[in-house]
Design a protein around this ligand. Structure first.
Ligand code: 0X9
Ligand code: ZN
Length: 417
């Protein structure tokens, strides 16, 4: 027993030593007041003069949250103040938030509960396979493709044989590796879909009678593993790209073929919004594209991200108003109200480029624009800001329950649309 404990301690010591430390990294928050200031933030985003990580991209509408290395904080703070920004320090030491999250995970028994803890990739895949064997009449798990490092991209189909053909709804989560709660919510949706109790007493719709469900709960498994082993705040995939030297990774939510390379995406390998050499240059996006396109009668598409508490409608790539914007806005508002009833949390509903920032090459724009999927949405889950991606594990259940209520509302509205 002692030997096992010592071994475990050594291994975790080793793992800890290999992990990127965010000790004394500060999270600062600024609000751009005019286009000049947005451009200024964009120039900082695009330079390599500072070690910064934009948790949210420059925006006139919302705060821009920037993680900065301790050695660059003084300099960045000065230039921002000179440029007229009111700089708020939201987190003095990012590592403290990460440590708190890690401690909660270490205390978890092996048979963890996805509603109260964040799974590793292996745990999540095991959970999915277990659920599939428990509900073998409803769930089919297949591999829709492979990540750059060769990990399976799981596709979970949930379908009840009612002798009729049904429209399909596609769900994709964990595109951005560090957005852990998006996986938890995808797992919650899968459980609730097959578990009668989860179908909330209030739901008037039999969700499995109305739709076939397709879920890719971990779109970026390589990145997700990397956030567990090495760098908690990694966002992109882990692709080695010719011409990028030792810098790896493509932002999978910039790699789709809708205005690829346009506003809000970067041609620089080192950028967290690097769009990749060409549309679908990432194996993950290419595989998901093919899987969705091979699915008959897809009526709706949902992406799950965090954080900000938003329900985003098309478009993300342009501030132009989408043709069925009013319909989508009403649906989104109803869904946000259903969510509010559960947790009293407010989610803002609107077109991404209008209420967040413009970003080309995203998944939900692709299916809306290129594949004519009329009901296409992106969630930015809780929290609204602090503690950003480090949503405490004790809030996972609440995140699942509130999102589920809104999701049922969406399904009910889409069913009759
Ligand atoms: O920037 C993104 O990809 C999303 N925000 S996140 O903080 N989760 O990274 C916003 C997605 C909106 N849709 C597109 N920009 N395509
Ligand atoms: Zn994201």
């Amino acid at each position: 027993m002692w030997r096992l404990l010592v071994l475990t301690a050594c291994l975790s010591g080793l793992a800890a030593a290999e992990r990127k430390s965010y000790r004394s990294y500060k999270l600062i928050s600024v609000q751009a007041l005019n286009e000049t200031q947005v451009k200024y933030l964009q120039s900082i985003h695009d330079t390599e003069n500072y070690e910064v990580d934009f948790f949210s991209d420059p925006s006139l509408i919302r705060t821009t949250d920037i993680l900065v290395a301790p050695w660059d904080y003084g300099r960045l703070n000065n230039v921002l103040r000179q440029a007229g920004f009111d700089v708020k320090v939201m987190v003095e030491d990012m590592q403290t938030l990460i440590d708190e999250e890690m401690m909660a995970m270490a205390a978890t028994p092996l048979n963890f509960d996805y509603r109260n803890n964040y799974p590793t990739l292996d745990q999540a895949y095991l959970l999915i396979d277990d659920l599939a064997s428990k509900y073998s009449d409803l769930i089919t798990v297949t591999t829709l493709g492979y990540s750059h490092q060769g990990r399976a991209l799981k596709q979970v189909k949930i379908s009840k044989n009612t002798g009729t053909s049904k429209p399909a709804i596609w769900i994709e989560a964990t595109t951005h590796a560090r957005e852990w709660v998006s996986l938890s919510v995808a797992l919650g949706i899968m459980h609730n879909l097959v578990n009668a109790h989860g179908n909330t007493e209030k739901a008037s719709l039999d969700l499995l009678a109305a739709f076939d469900w397709y879920i890719n709960p971990i779109h970026n498994p390589d990145g997700y593993v990397y956030t567990h082993t090495t760098d908690r705040l990694w966002r992109k995939n882990r692709q080695i790209i010719s011409g990028c030297g030792s810098i790896v990774g493509v932002d999978l939510n910039r790699n789709w073929d809708v205005n690829h390379g346009g506003t809000g995406s970067s041609a620089s390998c080192s950028s967290d919004t690097f769009h990749g050499g060409s549309p679908f240059s990432a194996p993950e996006t290419a595989a998901l594209k093919a899987a969705v396109e091979a699915t008959p009668n897809v009526k709706a598409f949902f992406s799950f991200h965090s954080y900000s508490q938003l329900i985003l409608l098309p478009y993300a790539y342009t501030t132009a108003t989408a043709p069925n914007y009013n319909v989508l806005k009403t649906m989104g508002d109803n869904a946000a109200n259903a969510l509010y009833e559960v947790s009293k949390r407010r989610f803002t509903v609107g077109a991404a480029a209008q209420i967040l920032y413009a970003a080309a090459g995203g998944a939900y724009d692709y299916f809306y624009v290129r594949r004519g999927i009329q009901y296409s949405f992106t969630y930015e889950l809780r929290p609204s800001g602090l503690p950003y991606f480090e949503l405490p594990a004790r809030e996972i259940a609440a995140a699942i329950d509130e999102t589920w209520a809104s999701f049922v509302s969406f399904a009910e509205q889409i069913a009759v649309a």
